[in-house]
Design a protein. Structure first.
Length: 707
């Protein structure tokens, strides 16, 4: 079993996520100050030790606490809180308030409004605002829909309210609450950008990069019970690789230049790009995978001022995202055989292509520019949203990072042109992707664990938990496992791996663990990690589910390899499983025996009933009406391929019916469900390479079509 510590560079940004919170029961004495409930009233400073004084500094993790009755005796409809930050940046806060009846406490969710947080599984979306050091900020809450408690002390929950500092600037910021006003107009402050311009390094802004993906902040998973014996599970994760020797990237030498030269490219020639395969990052199957972003870690021997870069990746051949196919159709030199690829290009280059007659169905993005880059650069490149549904479906498909242009931080005053940084070193990379699968589902089992792991010590950095202790029995098929993690300080980049006992069909040593580690880029002090069992283990390459929850030996493993926090706590583990439905069939066999004598022929018939009981799995899926007809319109065309890709990329917005799923599963039918491979196969129908009579087909047959 793999159990090792890894030393990796950690990124700076940490995000403290809001969690549901119910105040502890308390018995206090407070002398309420009579305040008029009309229009605007201001809470006074309290001497009571439990009530927070106005003007007191509130660091991350702390709260401002007050009584509702100090704001109003009745009729409280709004509350506005004014505070002054000692930092510049984003501020995340939480607000909770006591109500008269069960559940006695409500939390403010920035999306849903006030919600019941008494269930630990409820996740509260914190409220974020933009702050500048020393400049007061007012944030308001509409309480008109709540039946508030004005009792200062009760046996259950006092009539309190709480305003909490979850995240301030980077991690050490604090706020000072100046005043709390009742029944005024609700103030809505300026919100920060939905996502940082450069998620891995917000101090070094990047221009022109789209921001469509979920990034990885430790809670990017979703689960939907489809109520038909299946569930759709989605998880956004990141995988990191490091090079033993750095890759040298040299500006001015790109693949297109070599493609039109007489000599062509030879190994060892200078080049400005590097291509990674998805298998380089440890991805063992591409079922339900949408590639979202690539972050390249770059080092330079010289301080860099301007740093320009771009990216590209394999896409479905001849799709709208295939920019190289568009160039091929326009007769661009060097593109005679080019295809299967999307690529960014600079503004001038894009203009040249369009003037040469290239008609892009999806306009290429213009790369990215970083200013004041320095000598250690985390260059974040995201796959444009419109390209994501068309990304490649094979583990050996590629994604590239390209160094376009760089200038030195120190320049000679009278130089005619900026001094360039000719070459930089590619040290490591992080690939972020979302995996969405629909799997058989019956129920889940969870268990509070509260186990502490310390990275850097092979004796204490890993957790082994028996499936039996988690409530998983031998006849249950496991498809996903979630780990709820917390720490006493920000974790930063959390590097981890997951393992499990498996059947002999999966591994001779009855153990499975992926080669490359996972990481959460911005874990904060809490993270929820959803591990979706790879399809080759969950059934694609085996007749049955390959996870082995044997009551004596079956176990799941979690290894904490690196993070800014020395230790983390595994608080809870939840296992999602299927208990296959079975039917019992009784078969009766009748045997007839005939006996004959010499004097009298007597025929005796004896009937013996023998009952045999067999157990079979009950089929539930409908039959195929037309192979490839995902949208059930009676035809097979590009619309079916697009719907499949959309449903895989965004299942909450696009979905296939049960009949559509059966029709669409044309590649490796019955093994891996509906994936982008099915969409690719249907594209070959559109190009008249094959017909529906060729369905269903295997992955090997599909690969031959693409060669």
């Amino acid at each position: 079993m793999k159990n090792m510590s890894r030393r990796l560079k950690a990124t700076a940004m940490s995000l403290v996520m809001a969690v549901s919170f119910v105040p502890a029961m308390a018995s206090v004495s407070a002398s309420a100050v009579s305040v008029s409930p009309s229009l605007s009233s201001v809470i006074n400073t309290k001497k009571d030790a439990e009530i927070t004084e106005l003007g007191k500094s509130i660091p991350v993790g702390d709260k401002y606490l007050g009584y509702i009755s100090d704001l109003a005796k009745s009729g409280l409809k709004t509350v506005n809180i004014t505070f002054t930050p000692d930092f510049t940046g984003n501020f995340s806060c939480g607000f909770g308030i006591g109500i008269k009846d069960a559940p006695y406490w409500m939390e403010y969710d920035s999306v849903k409004g006030f919600v019941d947080s008494s269930d630990d599984s409820v996740k509260i979306a914190s409220t974020e605002v933009a702050c500048k050091a020393g400049e007061p900020v007012t944030i308001g809450f509409d309480l008109s829909g709540l039946d508030l408690s004005y009792t200062a002390k009760t046996e259950k929950y006092p009539g309190k309210f709480e305003f909490r500092n979850y995240y301030a600037g980077e991690k050490d910021g604090s706020i000072t609450v100046d005043k709390v006003e009742a029944n005024g107009k609700v103030v809505t402050p300026e919100k920060p950008d939905d996502k940082p311009n450069n998620p891995d390094n917000p101090d070094k802004p990047v221009d022109n990069v789209p921001h469509n993906n979920k990034n990885t902040s430790g809670d990017n998973w979703s689960f939907k019970d489809n109520k038909d014996g299946t569930a759709t599970i989605s998880s956004t994760v990141a995988r990191q690789i490091e090079f033993e020797e750095p890759i040298i990237l040299t500006q001015g030498y790109d693949e297109d230049t070599y493609a039109v030269s007489e000599e062509g490219y030879k190994e060892g020639d200078p080049i400005n790009s590097y291509k990674f395969t998805y298998s380089d990052f440890g991805i063992s199957d591409m079922e339900g995978v949408t590639i979202e972003s690539l972050t390249a870690v770059i080092e330079s021997d010289e301080e860099v001022d301007t740093f320009m870069y771009g990216g590209g990746l394999n896409v479905i051949q001849m799709s709208d995202a295939d920019t190289e196919y568009a160039k091929q159709l326009a007769g661009i030199a060097g593109k005679e055989k080019a295809s299967y690829w999307y690529n960014d290009c600079g503004e001038d280059q894009l203009k040249e292509f369009e003037e040469a007659g290239v008609e892009f169905k999806i306009k290429p993005a213009g790369g990215a520019t970083m200013t004041g880059a320095g000598s250690y650069i985390e260059a974040y490149w995201e796959v444009p949203a419109e390209v994501q549904p068309f990304t490649g479906t094979k583990i050996n498909d590629q994604i590239s990072f390209q160094y376009w242009y760089g200038t030195k931080a120190e320049q000679e005053e009278d130089a005619e042109e900026p001094a360039k940084v000719e070459s930089v070193k590619l040290k490591s990379a992080v690939l972020t992707y979302t995996k969405t699968v629909t799997v058989p589902y019956t129920d889940s089992a969870s268990k509070k664990v509260k186990e502490t792991l310390t990275h850097g010590d092979e004796k204490t950095n890993a957790l082994h938990v028996a499936y039996a202790d988690l409530g998983i029995e031998e006849d249950m098929d496991v498809y996903a496992i979630r780990f709820d993690i917390s720490a006493k300080s920000p974790i930063g980049k959390l590097v981890y791996n997951v393992g499990s006992t498996v059947t002999e069909k999966i591994s001779d040593d009855y153990w499975y663990q992926e080669d490359a580690d996972y990481c959460v880029l911005n874990a904060g002090d809490k993270a929820e990690i959803m591990w979706i069992v790879p399809s080759r283990v969950a059934g694609k390459n085996s007749e049955t589910n390959g996870i082995n929850p044997d009551p004596e030996t079956g176990e799941v493993y979690f290894g904490y390899y690196y993070g800014e926090a020395d230790s983390i706590s595994i608080d809870n583990i939840e296992v999602y499983y299927e208990l296959p439905e079975t039917t019992t069939t009784t078969t009766t066999t009748t045997t007839t025996t005939t006996t004959t004598t010499t004097t009298t022929t007597t025929t005796t018939t004896t009937t013996t009933a023998e009952s045999t009981t067999t157990t079979t799995t009950t089929p539930s899926k409908p039959k195929v009406t037309l192979w490839g007809d995902a949208d059930e319109d009676g035809k097979v065309n590009i619309n079916d391929a697009v719907l499949i890709m959309q449903s895989n990329a965004n299942p909450d917005k696009y979905s296939l019916t049960e009949q559509g799923q059966v029709n669409a599963d044309v590649v490796d039918n019955g093994e891996s469900g509906v994936t982008n491979s099915d969409a690719l196969a249907i594209q070959f129908i559109e190009s008249r390479t094959i017909s529906t009579d060729d369905f269903p087909m295997t992955s090997a047959q599909l690969d031959e079509l693409g060669d």
